[in-house]
Design a protein around this ligand. Structure first.
Ligand code: CP
Length: 306
C-alpha cells in the first residue's frame, strides 16, 4: 500500500505518469466519472482549508466516489483527546483512502504507520504539503511543458511556508533548475532546506530581499502569504505581512512569459490588479489541483481506466 507523505514519495517517472494521468483527466473527465464508484474518501482536516479539502472532495465526487470527514479538529473526537493513531485506525474501518491535514509536523506519518488504507498528507504544520506540490508541478508542466532549466523565484514566507519546502525538494530532481529565494531576513528558508537540500545537491540559488532585484530573470515566480497562524508574536506578523506586494508596476519588470503561481489563499501579497495579467495563473493552478488529486486518488487506489 502506498501513501503520499512527502513529494519525494513518487519517483520522477511515477510523477510523470501521475501528471500525464491528470492531463488525460482534464482532457476527458467523463471517461473517469465512475472510476471510484463504491469508494469513500475520508477528508480529515484538523486545520482550516478551502482549496485542499474542497478540491479533494470535488476530486472524489468527480470520480463517482463518496466523501466523509470533518473540517475541524473541534468537530471530531480529537476535541476529547483522541490521538491521531486511534482516529486513523477507526477511519480505516469506514473509508478506502484518507486525506489528513494537521497542525503538527509528522501527523500524517504517524497516521500512515497505523492505517490500513492509503494516507495522503494534506499539510502537516510548517513541514510539507505534497498535494500542493503536485498541483504546482502540474501547473508548471501544463503551462511551461518542462521542469528542467527553469529559474524559479520563491517569494515571501520561506521559513514557515511548507508549500515552498515541498516544491524545492520536488524541483531539484530536474537538471538545470535554479532558485532565487526572495524573503526578509527573518523569513529565510530554513537551514535544513538550504544545507541538506540545496547545498547537498549543489543546486544553484541566491537569496535576495527585494523582489524588484529578481523579477527580470525569472521563468516562474511563486508568491506566498506571510502566515499569521505560524507567528508566535503578533508584532512580528504585522511588521512582515505587507513586505511584498506584487502589483502591475512590478509585473512590468518581469519577462513576458514568466508565470506567477501562488498556492492561495492570498492576502495582500498580490494586488488584485495583477489578476487579469495573462501571466497570473494562480486561479488556474487551483483548478489543476482538482485534476491532480483525481489522478492521485486513482493511483493510490490502484484503479486503472483504459
Ligand atoms: N493552498 C492551500 O493549501 O489552500 P487551503 O489552505 O485553502 O487548503
Amino acid at each position: 500500500m502506498k501513501h503520499l507523505l512527502n513529494p519525494l514519495d513518487f519517483s520522477v517517472t511515477e510523477l510523470e505518469d501521475l501528471l500525464k494521468l491528470a492531463n488525460a483527466i482534464e482532457a476527458e473527465p467523463q471517461k473517469y466519472a465512475h472510476a471510484c464508484e463504491g469508494k469513500k474518501l475520508a477528508a480529515c482536516f484538523y486545520e482550516p482549508s478551502t482549496r485542499t479539502r474542497l478540491s479533494f472532495e470535488a476530486a472524489m465526487l468527480n470520480l463517482g466516489g463518496s466523501v466523509i470527514g470533518f473540517a475541524s479538529g473541534d468537530n471530531s473526537s480529537a476535541a476529547k483527546g483522541e490521538s491521531v493513531s486511534d482516529t486513523i485506525r477507526v477511519i480505516s474501518c469506514y473509508a478506502d483512502i484518507c486525506a489528513i491535514r494537521h497542525p503538527k509536523e509528522g501527523a500524517a506519518l504517524v497516521a500512515s504507520s497505523r492505517s490500513s488504507i492509503p494516507v495522503i498528507n494534506a499539510g502537516d504544520g510548517g513541514h510539507q504539503h505534497p498535494t500542493q506540490t503536485l498541483t504546482d508541478l502540474l501547473t508548471i508542466y501544463s503551462l511551461k511543458g518542462h521542469f528542467d532549466h527553469l529559474k524559479v523565484g520563491l517569494c515571501g514566507d520561506l521559513k514557515f511556508g511548507r508549500t515552498v519546502h515541498s516544491l524545492i525538494e520536488a524541483l531539484i530532481r530536474y537538471p538545470g533548475i535554479e532558485f532565487v529565494l526572495i524573503s526578509p531576513e527573518e523569513l529565510r528558508v530554513p537551514g535544513y532546506i538550504r544545507e541538506d537540500v540545496l547545498d547537498a545537491n549543489q543546486i544553484p540559488y541566491k537569496e535576495v530581499e527585494r523582489l524588484e532585484d529578481a523579477l527580470s530573470q525569472l521563468d516562474i515566480l511563486y508568491m506566498t502569504r506571510v502566515q499569521k497562524e505560524r507567528f508566535f508574536n503578533e508584532e512580528d506578523y504585522i511588521r512582515m505581512k505587507d513586505f511584498y506586494i506584487l502589483d502591475k508596476a512590478k509585473m512590468k519588470l518581469a519577462p513576458k512569459d514568466m508565470l506567477v503561481l501562488h498556492p492561495l489563499p492570498r492576502v495582500n501579497e498580490i494586488s488584485v490588479e495583477v489578476d487579469d495579467d495573462p501571466r497570473a495563473v494562480y486561479f488556474r493552478q487551483a483548478q489543476y489541483g482538482v485534476y491532480v488529486r483525481m489522478a492521485l486518488i486513482l493511483t493510490l487506489l490502484d484503479i486503472h481506466i483504459d
